[in-house]
Design a protein around this ligand. Sequence first.
Ligand code: SF4
Length: 247
Amino acid sequence: MNAHSLDNYERPELIPPEPGTKLLMHSCCAPCAGEVLAAVKASGIDVTVFFYNPNIHPQAEYEMRKAEDTRYCEELGIPHIDGDYDTDNWFDRIRGLEDEPERGRRCTVCFDMRFERTALFAAEHGYHMISSTLGISRWKNMAQINEAGVRATSRYPEVTYWTLNWRKKGGAARMIEIAKREAFYQQEYCGCVYSLRDTNKHRREMGRERIQKGVKFYGREAVKSPVPSSGRGEYPWLKQPADGSES
Ligand code: SF4
């Protein structure tokens, strides 16, 4: 039996702003998507995931986060749409904001870009509601995310941005339980090359080691030695259980 059961958690039913319509959910990563998608599914909402995160650097890290997100959607039976990894556009939009702090103007532009593409896809494919898993992270500014979402959908009168605070009513606690239950890959920086730089700088100042990408999983010890390549791409240890056995 999995130690990380949700039996002791009560999850309230969600009432979306556009009941009965299809939801296109922008997903940033599996740990944030865990509780958000489970809650949406449990409330009987027709949901499709849109993975569009050209901010994530380097590409191997992007592939790893996407693979975890895809795996979880397959488990829940949720369609998963793979957006472009158009990093050139991301760097173009961010130019001049490289030294902004997290939650500053660079992040606003980053959210705008991701939500604009999500809203466009929604408008072109008959979705009337979008939202994002980004908002459940305690590292993010909820108002900054919601404002970007509303801004993106304001171009399409038929599309609404759902501004629910996913952290409330136990959402934040369930997020951690699901991440441990699923042993999701645990990234240690927001995603872009600048957040990687700044997190490592902070760690250096605190006397801590630099980030080691691809080795930490929720609820498990860090995997110190990657197993030999088994066709899983640049992160061959992806999905490798802590005891070394193949699942
Ligand atoms: S810190 Fe995160 S939200 Fe901000 S620009 Fe970088 S990837 Fe985007």
